[in-house]
Design a protein around this ligand. Structure first.
Ligand SMILES: NC(=O)c1ccc[n+]([C@@H]2O[C@H](COP(=O)([O-])OP(=O)(O)OC[C@H]3O[C@@H](n4cnc5c(N)ncnc54)[C@H](OP(=O)(O)O)[C@@H]3O)[C@@H](O)[C@H]2O)c1
Length: 312
Protein backbone atom coordinates (compact mmCIF):
# COMPACT_ATOMS: atom_id res chain seq x y z
CA UNK A 1 0.00 0.00 0.00
CA UNK A 2 1.38 3.43 -0.87
CA UNK A 3 2.06 5.62 2.15
CA UNK A 4 -0.13 8.70 2.48
CA UNK A 5 1.40 12.19 2.40
CA UNK A 6 -1.01 14.92 3.53
CA UNK A 7 -0.21 18.06 1.56
CA UNK A 8 -1.19 21.56 2.71
CA UNK A 9 -1.55 24.18 -0.02
CA UNK A 10 -2.16 21.41 -2.56
CA UNK A 11 -3.78 23.77 -5.05
CA UNK A 12 -0.87 26.22 -4.75
CA UNK A 13 2.73 26.38 -5.87
CA UNK A 14 4.64 24.29 -3.33
CA UNK A 15 1.92 21.81 -2.41
CA UNK A 16 0.73 21.47 -6.00
CA UNK A 17 4.23 20.60 -7.18
CA UNK A 18 4.45 17.93 -4.48
CA UNK A 19 1.07 16.34 -5.27
CA UNK A 20 1.96 16.18 -8.97
CA UNK A 21 5.40 14.74 -8.20
CA UNK A 22 3.95 12.08 -5.87
CA UNK A 23 1.20 11.01 -8.27
CA UNK A 24 3.56 10.88 -11.25
CA UNK A 25 6.30 9.01 -9.40
CA UNK A 26 6.62 5.61 -11.08
CA UNK A 27 7.74 3.95 -7.83
CA UNK A 28 4.27 4.51 -6.32
CA UNK A 29 5.83 4.62 -2.87
CA UNK A 30 3.49 7.41 -1.77
CA UNK A 31 0.04 8.70 -2.54
CA UNK A 32 -1.05 12.28 -1.93
CA UNK A 33 -3.88 13.48 0.25
CA UNK A 34 -4.50 16.96 -1.07
CA UNK A 35 -5.76 19.47 1.49
CA UNK A 36 -7.89 22.33 0.17
CA UNK A 37 -10.60 24.59 1.50
CA UNK A 38 -12.63 23.86 -1.62
CA UNK A 39 -12.59 20.23 -2.79
CA UNK A 40 -14.90 21.15 -5.66
CA UNK A 41 -12.57 23.64 -7.33
CA UNK A 42 -11.09 23.06 -10.79
CA UNK A 43 -7.61 22.87 -9.27
CA UNK A 44 -8.76 20.26 -6.75
CA UNK A 45 -10.43 18.27 -9.53
CA UNK A 46 -7.20 18.32 -11.52
CA UNK A 47 -5.38 16.78 -8.53
CA UNK A 48 -8.10 14.15 -8.11
CA UNK A 49 -7.69 13.30 -11.81
CA UNK A 50 -4.06 12.42 -11.05
CA UNK A 51 -5.27 9.98 -8.39
CA UNK A 52 -4.81 12.17 -5.31
CA UNK A 53 -7.32 11.93 -2.49
CA UNK A 54 -8.81 15.42 -2.08
CA UNK A 55 -9.98 16.39 1.42
CA UNK A 56 -11.42 19.58 2.92
CA UNK A 57 -9.14 21.26 5.45
CA UNK A 58 -8.36 24.77 6.56
CA UNK A 59 -5.05 25.46 8.26
CA UNK A 60 -6.88 27.99 10.47
CA UNK A 61 -9.01 25.11 11.79
CA UNK A 62 -7.02 22.70 14.01
CA UNK A 63 -9.74 20.03 14.07
CA UNK A 64 -9.87 19.89 10.27
CA UNK A 65 -6.09 19.38 10.26
CA UNK A 66 -6.33 16.53 12.75
CA UNK A 67 -8.86 14.81 10.51
CA UNK A 68 -6.75 15.46 7.42
CA UNK A 69 -3.51 14.11 8.94
CA UNK A 70 -5.09 11.01 10.55
CA UNK A 71 -3.67 7.77 9.17
CA UNK A 72 -1.02 9.50 7.07
CA UNK A 73 2.68 8.63 6.97
CA UNK A 74 3.81 12.19 6.45
CA UNK A 75 2.71 15.77 5.91
CA UNK A 76 3.94 18.76 3.94
CA UNK A 77 3.26 21.87 6.02
CA UNK A 78 3.31 25.33 4.47
CA UNK A 79 1.69 28.66 5.38
CA UNK A 80 0.46 31.39 3.03
CA UNK A 81 1.77 34.72 4.23
CA UNK A 82 0.72 36.71 1.17
CA UNK A 83 -2.93 35.69 1.62
CA UNK A 84 -3.20 37.73 4.85
CA UNK A 85 0.12 39.52 5.62
CA UNK A 86 -0.07 38.46 9.28
CA UNK A 87 2.96 36.85 10.95
CA UNK A 88 0.83 36.02 14.01
CA UNK A 89 -1.61 34.11 11.83
CA UNK A 90 1.26 32.16 10.26
CA UNK A 91 2.48 31.28 13.74
CA UNK A 92 -0.90 29.93 14.85
CA UNK A 93 -1.35 28.03 11.56
CA UNK A 94 2.09 26.44 11.91
CA UNK A 95 1.33 25.51 15.52
CA UNK A 96 -1.96 23.92 14.46
CA UNK A 97 -0.21 21.84 11.77
CA UNK A 98 2.53 20.72 14.17
CA UNK A 99 -0.05 19.73 16.79
CA UNK A 100 -2.08 17.81 14.22
CA UNK A 101 1.10 16.03 13.08
CA UNK A 102 1.85 15.05 16.67
CA UNK A 103 -1.74 13.93 17.24
CA UNK A 104 -1.57 11.72 14.14
CA UNK A 105 1.84 10.27 15.10
CA UNK A 106 3.30 11.09 11.68
CA UNK A 107 6.59 9.47 10.68
CA UNK A 108 7.86 12.46 8.72
CA UNK A 109 6.90 16.12 8.50
CA UNK A 110 8.33 18.65 6.07
CA UNK A 111 7.94 22.18 7.41
CA UNK A 112 8.40 24.81 4.73
CA UNK A 113 10.20 27.41 6.77
CA UNK A 114 12.49 30.40 6.24
CA UNK A 115 15.14 32.06 8.36
CA UNK A 116 14.22 34.09 11.42
CA UNK A 117 16.27 37.03 10.18
CA UNK A 118 16.28 38.58 13.67
CA UNK A 119 18.96 36.04 14.61
CA UNK A 120 21.22 37.78 12.06
CA UNK A 121 19.86 41.34 12.18
CA UNK A 122 18.76 42.21 15.72
CA UNK A 123 15.79 44.55 16.04
CA UNK A 124 18.20 47.19 17.36
CA UNK A 125 20.09 47.24 14.01
CA UNK A 126 18.91 50.44 12.37
CA UNK A 127 20.32 49.56 8.93
CA UNK A 128 17.12 47.60 8.35
CA UNK A 129 13.80 49.08 9.55
CA UNK A 130 11.86 47.10 12.13
CA UNK A 131 8.39 46.25 10.80
CA UNK A 132 5.14 45.65 12.67
CA UNK A 133 6.95 46.44 15.93
CA UNK A 134 8.93 43.19 16.21
CA UNK A 135 10.04 41.83 12.85
CA UNK A 136 12.72 42.55 10.30
CA UNK A 137 11.38 40.36 7.48
CA UNK A 138 7.90 39.44 8.75
CA UNK A 139 7.23 36.68 6.20
CA UNK A 140 10.56 35.04 7.04
CA UNK A 141 10.70 35.68 10.78
CA UNK A 142 7.36 34.14 11.68
CA UNK A 143 8.21 30.95 9.81
CA UNK A 144 11.58 30.73 11.57
CA UNK A 145 9.95 31.42 14.92
CA UNK A 146 7.45 28.63 14.20
CA UNK A 147 10.29 26.07 13.90
CA UNK A 148 9.96 25.57 17.67
CA UNK A 149 6.54 23.94 17.20
CA UNK A 150 8.06 21.23 14.98
CA UNK A 151 11.15 20.65 17.12
CA UNK A 152 9.89 17.52 18.89
CA UNK A 153 8.60 15.91 15.70
CA UNK A 154 10.43 13.94 12.97
CA UNK A 155 10.73 17.08 10.86
CA UNK A 156 12.78 18.22 7.89
CA UNK A 157 13.06 22.00 7.78
CA UNK A 158 12.89 22.98 4.13
CA UNK A 159 13.99 26.44 2.93
CA UNK A 160 12.72 27.52 -0.47
CA UNK A 161 14.35 30.12 -2.72
CA UNK A 162 12.84 33.02 -4.65
CA UNK A 163 10.37 31.54 -7.16
CA UNK A 164 11.09 32.56 -10.75
CA UNK A 165 7.28 32.53 -11.17
CA UNK A 166 7.40 35.89 -9.32
CA UNK A 167 8.38 37.28 -12.73
CA UNK A 168 5.00 36.04 -14.04
CA UNK A 169 2.48 36.40 -11.20
CA UNK A 170 3.92 38.67 -8.55
CA UNK A 171 4.50 41.80 -10.62
CA UNK A 172 8.29 41.40 -10.56
CA UNK A 173 8.79 40.95 -14.30
CA UNK A 174 10.70 43.45 -16.46
CA UNK A 175 9.13 46.91 -16.69
CA UNK A 176 9.56 49.41 -19.51
CA UNK A 177 11.60 52.44 -18.48
CA UNK A 178 11.14 56.05 -19.65
CA UNK A 179 13.68 55.37 -22.43
CA UNK A 180 11.57 52.46 -23.72
CA UNK A 181 14.08 49.80 -22.59
CA UNK A 182 12.79 47.03 -20.32
CA UNK A 183 14.46 46.62 -16.95
CA UNK A 184 14.56 43.96 -14.27
CA UNK A 185 14.16 46.01 -11.11
CA UNK A 186 15.62 44.34 -8.05
CA UNK A 187 17.35 45.83 -4.98
CA UNK A 188 20.11 43.22 -5.02
CA UNK A 189 23.12 45.33 -6.02
CA UNK A 190 25.64 42.96 -7.57
CA UNK A 191 24.87 40.08 -5.20
CA UNK A 192 23.69 36.63 -6.20
CA UNK A 193 20.26 35.38 -5.24
CA UNK A 194 19.14 31.77 -5.22
CA UNK A 195 16.02 31.04 -7.25
CA UNK A 196 13.93 28.03 -8.16
CA UNK A 197 11.05 26.93 -10.37
CA UNK A 198 8.12 26.71 -7.95
CA UNK A 199 7.17 23.23 -9.15
CA UNK A 200 10.65 21.96 -8.31
CA UNK A 201 10.14 22.70 -4.60
CA UNK A 202 7.51 19.98 -4.37
CA UNK A 203 9.54 17.63 -6.54
CA UNK A 204 12.48 18.08 -4.14
CA UNK A 205 10.12 17.48 -1.21
CA UNK A 206 9.24 14.10 -2.71
CA UNK A 207 12.97 13.33 -2.69
CA UNK A 208 13.09 14.26 0.99
CA UNK A 209 10.14 11.98 1.82
CA UNK A 210 11.92 9.14 -0.03
CA UNK A 211 15.15 9.71 1.90
CA UNK A 212 13.44 10.24 5.25
CA UNK A 213 16.14 8.73 7.46
CA UNK A 214 18.83 11.00 6.01
CA UNK A 215 16.83 14.18 6.45
CA UNK A 216 14.77 13.92 9.65
CA UNK A 217 15.94 16.66 12.00
CA UNK A 218 17.88 18.39 9.19
CA UNK A 219 17.66 21.77 7.48
CA UNK A 220 17.61 21.62 3.68
CA UNK A 221 17.75 24.65 1.38
CA UNK A 222 16.42 24.28 -2.16
CA UNK A 223 17.57 26.18 -5.26
CA UNK A 224 17.86 25.68 -9.00
CA UNK A 225 20.40 28.45 -9.61
CA UNK A 226 22.18 31.32 -7.86
CA UNK A 227 22.46 34.39 -10.11
CA UNK A 228 23.05 38.13 -9.93
CA UNK A 229 20.45 40.56 -11.23
CA UNK A 230 22.71 41.24 -14.22
CA UNK A 231 22.94 37.51 -15.00
CA UNK A 232 19.17 37.12 -14.74
CA UNK A 233 18.64 40.13 -17.01
CA UNK A 234 21.05 38.64 -19.56
CA UNK A 235 19.22 35.31 -19.51
CA UNK A 236 15.87 37.11 -19.80
CA UNK A 237 17.19 39.14 -22.77
CA UNK A 238 18.15 35.94 -24.59
CA UNK A 239 14.91 34.15 -23.78
CA UNK A 240 12.62 37.09 -24.58
CA UNK A 241 14.56 38.19 -27.64
CA UNK A 242 14.84 41.80 -26.52
CA UNK A 243 17.28 43.70 -24.33
CA UNK A 244 16.46 43.59 -20.62
CA UNK A 245 18.61 45.81 -18.47
CA UNK A 246 19.29 45.10 -14.80
CA UNK A 247 18.31 48.05 -12.65
CA UNK A 248 19.79 47.73 -9.15
CA UNK A 249 17.06 49.64 -7.34
CA UNK A 250 18.13 51.38 -4.12
CA UNK A 251 16.56 49.67 -1.10
CA UNK A 252 14.81 52.81 0.09
CA UNK A 253 13.19 53.29 -3.30
CA UNK A 254 11.94 49.67 -3.25
CA UNK A 255 10.67 50.05 0.34
CA UNK A 256 8.50 52.96 -0.72
CA UNK A 257 7.03 51.46 -3.88
CA UNK A 258 3.66 51.55 -2.14
CA UNK A 259 2.28 48.03 -2.70
CA UNK A 260 1.31 45.93 0.35
CA UNK A 261 4.40 44.17 1.67
CA UNK A 262 6.93 46.34 -0.26
CA UNK A 263 8.80 47.09 2.99
CA UNK A 264 8.81 43.39 3.91
CA UNK A 265 10.18 42.43 0.48
CA UNK A 266 12.79 45.21 0.57
CA UNK A 267 14.05 43.86 3.89
CA UNK A 268 14.06 40.36 2.41
CA UNK A 269 16.22 41.47 -0.51
CA UNK A 270 18.48 43.33 1.93
CA UNK A 271 18.83 40.11 3.94
CA UNK A 272 19.58 38.13 0.75
CA UNK A 273 22.20 40.70 -0.30
CA UNK A 274 23.84 41.46 3.05
CA UNK A 275 24.05 37.76 3.95
CA UNK A 276 24.85 36.46 0.47
CA UNK A 277 27.40 33.85 1.68
CA UNK A 278 24.96 32.47 4.27
CA UNK A 279 22.12 32.27 1.75
CA UNK A 280 24.30 30.66 -0.93
CA UNK A 281 25.64 28.12 1.55
CA UNK A 282 22.19 27.24 2.86
CA UNK A 283 20.48 26.76 -0.55
CA UNK A 284 22.28 23.92 -2.29
CA UNK A 285 21.71 23.40 -6.03
CA UNK A 286 23.62 20.12 -6.11
CA UNK A 287 21.68 18.66 -3.19
CA UNK A 288 18.42 19.91 -4.71
CA UNK A 289 19.29 18.12 -7.96
CA UNK A 290 20.08 14.92 -6.06
CA UNK A 291 16.57 15.12 -4.55
CA UNK A 292 14.98 15.98 -7.89
CA UNK A 293 17.07 14.98 -10.93
CA UNK A 294 14.78 17.02 -13.22
CA UNK A 295 15.56 20.25 -11.29
CA UNK A 296 15.52 23.22 -13.68
CA UNK A 297 18.19 25.88 -14.05
CA UNK A 298 17.02 29.45 -14.74
CA UNK A 299 17.78 28.99 -18.46
CA UNK A 300 15.75 25.78 -18.58
CA UNK A 301 12.88 27.43 -16.71
CA UNK A 302 12.98 30.35 -19.17
CA UNK A 303 12.88 28.02 -22.18
CA UNK A 304 9.58 26.66 -20.89
CA UNK A 305 8.14 29.84 -19.37
CA UNK A 306 9.53 33.02 -20.95
CA UNK A 307 6.43 33.44 -23.12
CA UNK A 308 4.33 33.69 -19.93
CA UNK A 309 6.27 36.66 -18.52
CA UNK A 310 4.15 39.78 -18.99
CA UNK A 311 6.15 42.76 -20.23
CA UNK A 312 4.62 45.83 -18.68
N1 LIG B 1 7.04 33.50 -3.79
C1 LIG B 1 8.27 33.18 -3.41
O1 LIG B 1 9.27 33.52 -4.07
C2 LIG B 1 8.46 32.40 -2.14
C3 LIG B 1 9.73 31.90 -1.85
C4 LIG B 1 9.92 31.19 -0.67
C5 LIG B 1 8.83 30.97 0.17
N2 LIG B 1 7.62 31.47 -0.14
C6 LIG B 1 6.51 31.25 0.80
O2 LIG B 1 5.60 30.34 0.23
C7 LIG B 1 4.39 30.43 0.96
C8 LIG B 1 3.21 30.18 0.06
O3 LIG B 1 3.31 28.94 -0.55
P1 LIG B 1 2.77 28.74 -2.02
O4 LIG B 1 3.50 29.71 -2.91
O5 LIG B 1 2.84 27.31 -2.34
O6 LIG B 1 1.28 29.26 -1.88
P2 LIG B 1 0.22 29.57 -3.01
O7 LIG B 1 0.66 29.12 -4.35
O8 LIG B 1 -0.18 30.98 -2.83
O9 LIG B 1 -0.94 28.57 -2.62
C9 LIG B 1 -1.78 28.84 -1.65
C10 LIG B 1 -2.77 27.69 -1.61
O10 LIG B 1 -2.97 27.50 -0.24
C11 LIG B 1 -4.30 27.29 0.02
N3 LIG B 1 -4.70 28.04 1.23
C12 LIG B 1 -4.66 29.36 1.45
N4 LIG B 1 -5.14 29.62 2.68
C13 LIG B 1 -5.46 28.43 3.23
C14 LIG B 1 -6.00 28.03 4.46
N5 LIG B 1 -6.33 28.91 5.41
N6 LIG B 1 -6.18 26.72 4.70
C15 LIG B 1 -5.88 25.80 3.75
N7 LIG B 1 -5.36 26.11 2.55
C16 LIG B 1 -5.17 27.41 2.31
C17 LIG B 1 -5.08 27.75 -1.18
O11 LIG B 1 -5.78 26.62 -1.58
P3 LIG B 1 -7.40 26.47 -1.49
O12 LIG B 1 -7.97 27.77 -1.94
O13 LIG B 1 -7.61 25.34 -2.45
O14 LIG B 1 -7.69 26.12 -0.08
C18 LIG B 1 -4.02 28.10 -2.24
O15 LIG B 1 -4.17 27.41 -3.44
C19 LIG B 1 4.35 31.85 1.54
O16 LIG B 1 4.21 31.81 2.94
C20 LIG B 1 5.67 32.47 1.11
O17 LIG B 1 6.24 33.25 2.12
C21 LIG B 1 7.40 32.15 -1.29
Amino acid sequence: MPKIIAVAGSTGAQGGGLVRAIQRDPSGEFTARALTRDPGSDKANALAALGAEVVAANIDDPESLKRAFAGAHGAYCVTFYWAHLSPERELSQAKAMAEAAKHAGLQHVIWSTLEDTRKHVPLSDRRMPTLMGKYKVPHFDAKGEADQFFAGLPTTFSYASFYWENFIYFGMGPKQGPDGVFALNLPMGNKRMTGIAADDIGACALGLFKRRDEFVGKKVGLAGDALTGAQMAEALSKALGKPIRYNAVPLDVYRNLGFPGADDLANMFQFYADFEPLLLASRDVRLSRSLNPALQSFDQWLTANASRIPLG
